[in-house]
Design a protein around this ligand. Structure first.
Ligand SMILES: NC(=O)c1ccc[n+]([C@@H]2O[C@H](COP(=O)([O-])OP(=O)(O)OC[C@H]3O[C@@H](n4cnc5c(N)ncnc54)[C@H](OP(=O)(O)O)[C@@H]3O)[C@@H](O)[C@H]2O)c1
Length: 298
């Protein structure tokens, strides 16, 4: 592949949304130590990609311009760098690319071997490409922050999932139901049947007064909230009366206001906690998720 060109979409400054993307031909990247070169069959875009383009993480991300967005990909291994010989040409994989260099909206991309996972034939490239960031975030929020055990053991927990019809939320509902949980899900009216079909025990339409107050229709108090709505959406005062004595809100879009509430709750030894979460891509966890999809559990 050395010296060959590939098609890609990239932008060369902050802002501009989809219109800021330019179709270009650039050299095919090379797999270095512990990396694999993947021919991209499918990729997915997350709110993360839009936020990076907007400049939310400037000056750290992107590391440089021009930048090819998207970090969730599925495809076929076409090259193996030194140290990545556990993969071979022709292997189907799902991978998370480096956040700083991106690269998914292209014909070829390089991924670390540690963040590349074999994709079984039961899972299409499109299904696989939708899994990494959204699935891993839901997994981390439930297992590490909320303490849900996906084998169904552990004490029963009441869980609220906001934006349950979204990328993270729809995985969170399904993963939560693998545990010993009662799941209340909040979404828009058009998605109520969809979210029920994922296994939610009760569903709130967030545009109704009860829904926007986050009240469980069956009167449950939540042991954990997986809060997937963007930061400006819902304040602590809406969660607080609906939490159990030791209830936690796991917040996926932690801005300055969230960090202040987090610090205040910690410093005042509040039993009810706000937990900001920035998920960290992890190959072992991605493998677990791929297995759940293969087994038809996700
Ligand atoms: N911290 C991390 O590591 C991390 C990782 C991934 C994502 N995130 C963040 O998590 C958020 C969700 O990401 P995503 O990929 O799931 O986004 P998404 O697929 O765009 O989902 C957004 C969902 O929000 C729903 N929604 C909007 N307002 C709502 C409300 N008031 N109550 C309930 N649902 C509401 C919409 O539901 P309807 O269509 O039903 O109206 C839509 O399905 C984003 O802010 C993203 O940046 C953080």
């Amino acid at each position: 592949m050395a010296g060959k060109l590939m098609h890609a979409l990239q932008y060369d400054s902050y802002g501009g949304g989809a219109a800021g993307l330019k179709h270009v031909e650039v050299p095919v990247p090379r797999a270095k130590k512990d990396e694999v070169l993947i021919k991209v069959e499918a990729t997915s875009l997350n709110p993360y990609d839009l936020n990076i383009q907007k400049g939310v993480a400037r000056p750290f991300l992107p590391r440089s311009f021009p930048y090819i967005p998207s970090i969730d990909i599925a495809g076929e291994v076409v090259g193996v760098g030194p140290g990545a010989e556990n993969f071979k040409t022709g292997d189907k994989v799902v991978a998370v690319l480096s956040a700083s260099s991106g690269g998914g909206l292209a014909e070829f991309a390089v991924a670390k071997k540690s963040l590349s996972v074999a994709r079984p034939p039961e899972i299409s490239a499109a299904e696989a490409a939708g899994l990494p960031i959204a699935g891993l975030t839901a997994y981390e929020a439930l297992t590490q922050c909320a303490g849900v055990k996906l084998d169904g053991s552990g004490n029963r927990k009441n869980i609220l999932i906001t934006a349950a019809s979204g990328g993270v939320g729809h995985y969170a509902v399904q993963l939560a139901k693998l545990g010993n949980t009662y799941v209340t899900a909040a979404c828009g009216a058009r998605n109520i049947e969809f979210v029920k079909s994922l296994g939610a025990d009760e569903v709130l339409d967030y545009k109704t007064p009860e829904g926007s107050a986050l009240k469980s229709p069956s009167g449950k108090k939540y042991d954990a909230v997986i809060h997937c709505v963007r930061a400006a959406g819902i304040s602590w005062s809406s969660f607080e009366p609906n939490l159990s004595e030791n209830g936690k809100v796991i917040h996926l879009t932690p801005g300055p206001g969230v960090m202040i509430t987090f610090a205040v709750k910690k410093l005042t030894f509040s039993k009810k906690q706000l937990i900001p979460l920035i998920s960290t891509p992890n190959g072992e966890k991605l493998k677990h998720l791929v297995n759940l999809v293969k087994e038809g559990k996700l």
